[in-house]
Design a protein around this ligand. Structure first.
Ligand code: C2O
Length: 583
């Protein structure tokens, strides 16, 4: 593959951009979209962090994985070849996958996983999206090392709705485990207890100097004075929402989940697993004689153990010729550290998320469904499953940890749901009786009920094509209220309301924002509160919805929607590709 596809922006790419602008002024037609080819070889690679070396499942031997760069309108053909013992599937997080659900990636939902020695070509077109998304493995906990940025540039000739940045830099947050994450989650699922937490957070794969034996593994970003940089932030951490800040610098948020927002300034931001945030960083007008930490650490609302460490990268100004001449003792510069909010700072979280508004301009309108055909009320939260006989379990009071949506803990099928749906073979695979509201209403955020047991099943909701949906997701206090970043595949949704305590169907809808609510693919259900979203079911297929805290997904905080084909030919799911993996 040509290097030009990977680098952003490469000279070749800039040359193309330049030529196209020149021709655009002569021929006003938009430049044609192109097909971009990538090859992902899933291979083992030794990776050393914190002075520990571990054989790691990677794409192309890279950790984090390679960058995908495309333009709005482009078609992507990504050939994934599995050379490892694990089953693999890859999800293109946030891509709408209009009619192309076969390429969405969650194992046993839209496809059987790619088995050892097999390959699959993910084939999809990017329609109506531009910004930062990402890709990751979507089976077990393999996404801990199999992830990377998916950058969608605007169509040629379509500028950003903000001043063109001097340079663009992806910053992808992750978690590093000294032990094999697959062994960690497998053991936890056996014992019913909470899985071990990570040993470090990372920025672009590097834990940074605040960890033991890690100073050499620090992400450094060299900048020039007086320029504007676009940082493409991605939270690929498994189990933690993160606060992020750069010492002595202000960030301007311009985009979340590949949708432009009304710009606002902030010193610190919050980003949940699955979410992306584009920010502008204006560097200081003159070269400062200092370095600046870019740091992240978790926002934690639950009661379990967590990795409370801090990752730091370094923002370094390139020295200008004058400073090199005038400074006699260069290098040993002071380092400034940002002050991050306390680990449980829910008021910061609430205040920050309330600032996110769709840009809602003429060019980028917010098409909020003004009314809805169907309303759903789901609880999301933790619970327990009984310990099987003759076994000792390490969950609460000797049970097994579980998690659920509306008290249904999702059981992974052994066949892919989308195939079962498409070929009319749902019998024995799934049922369409997911409750539209909790079967047993209770005081969701009050004193938890004595019985914390969940039910288990593979239950889905069916929606006719073009149904407009309002969904209230209510956190529960069972085993502790906790913030849950809920991710919906196949759609963006509008976050029309949120609040603390129990959702009040009489009072709360009156305060919904139907004008410029933020549009995204992953939203934090506030700890001990609720969130209301709306979306139009205009994409036929089977669409996974789950908490993006991987431990909660493992415990069953997941479900799926079936969206039926529409009547018109262009409202139907494409036929399955010939190389679709078999179970
Ligand atoms: Cu980023 Cu279903 O996940």
């Amino acid at each position: 593959m040509k290097m030009g596809v990977y680098l952003l922006p490469s000279p070749a790419f800039l040359a193309v951009l330049f030529v196209s602008f020149v021709t655009l002024s002569v021929h006003p037609e938009p430049a044609l979209a192109i097909t971009r080819h990538y090859k992902f070889d899933v291979v083992l690679q030794n990776v050393t962090r914190l002075c520990k070396t571990r054989s790691t499942v990677t794409v192309n031997g890279k950790f984090p994985g390679p960058r995908i760069v495309a333009r709005e309108g482009d078609r992507l053909l990504i050939k994934v070849v599995n050379h490892v013992q694990n089953n693999i599937s890859i999800h293109w997080h946030g891509i709408r996958q209009l009619r192309s659900g076969w390429a969405d990636g969650p194992a046993y939902i839209t496809q059987c996983p790619i088995q050892t020695g097999q390959s699959y070509v993910y084939n999809y077109t990017i329609v109506g999206q531009r910004g930062t998304l990402w890709w990751h493995a979507h089976i077990s906990w393999l996404r801990s090392t199999i992830y990377g940025p998916l950058i969608i540039l605007p169509k040629l000739g379509t500028p950003y709705p903000f001043a063109k940045p001097y340079k663009e830099v992806p910053l992808i947050f992750g978690e590093w485990f000294n032990a094999d994450p697959e062994a960690i989650i497998n053991q936890a699922m056996q014992t019913g207890g909470g899985p071990n937490v990570s040993d470090a957070y990372t920025i672009n794969g590097f834990p940074g100097p605040l960890y033991n034996c890690s100073a050499q593994d620090t992400f450094k970003m060299k900048v020039k004075a007086g320029k504007t940089y676009l940082l493409r932030l991605i939270n690929a951490a498994l189990n933690d929402e993160l606060f992020f800040s750069i010492a002595n610098h202000t960030l301007t948020v311009v985009d979340v989940d590949a949708v432009y927002v009304k710009p606002f300034d902030t010193e610190t931001l919050l980003i949940a697993p699955g979410q992306t945030t584009n920010v502008l960083l204006k560097t200081k007008p003159r070269h400062p004689n200092a370095k600046f930490f870019m740091s992240a650490r978790p926002y934690v609302t639950g009661q379990g153990t967590f990795d409370n460490s801090t990752v730091a990268g370094i923002l370094e100004y390139e020295e200008s010729p004058e400073t090199i001449q005038s400074s006699h003792s260069p290098k040993k510069l002071p380092i400034y550290k940002p002050s991050l909010p306390p680990l449980n700072d829910t008021s910061f979280a609430t205040n920050f998320t309330s600032k996110l508004r769709s840009l809602a301009s003429a060019e980028f309108p917010a098409n909020v469904p003004q009314k809805f055909d169907r309303q759903f009320f789901f609880t999301v939260g933790l619970g327990t499953n009984p310990c099987s006989k003759n076994k000792t379990c390490q969950g609460p009071n000797g049970t097994m940890f579980a998690a659920s949506v509306s008290n249904v803990s999702f059981v992974m099928p052994t066949k892919a749901l989308l195939q079962a749906h498409h070929f009319g073979q749902s019998k024995g695979v799934y049922s369409l009786n997911f409750p539209t509201s909790p079967l047993v209403p209770f005081n969701y955020t009050g004193t938890p009920p004595n019985n914390t047991m969940v039910s288990n099943g593979t239950k889905l909701v069916v929606l006719p094509f073009n149904t407009s949906v309002e969904l209230i997701m209510q956190d529960t206090s069972i085993l502790g209220a906790e913030s849950h970043p809920l991710h919906l595949h196949g759609f963006n949704f509008f976050v029309v309301g949120q609040g603390f305590g129990n959702f009040d169907p009489k009072k709360d809808p009156g305060n919904f924002n139907l004008v410029d609510p933020v549009e995204r693919n992953t939203v934090g259900v506030p700890s001990g509160g609720w969130v209301a979203i709306r979306f139009l079911a205009d994409n036929p297929g089977v669409w996974f919805m789950h908490c993006h805290l991987e431990v909660h997904t493992s415990w069953g905080l997941k479900m799926a929607w079936v969206v039926l084909d529409g009547k018109l030919p262009n409202q139907k799911l494409f036929p399955p590709p010939a190389d679709l993996p078999k179970c």
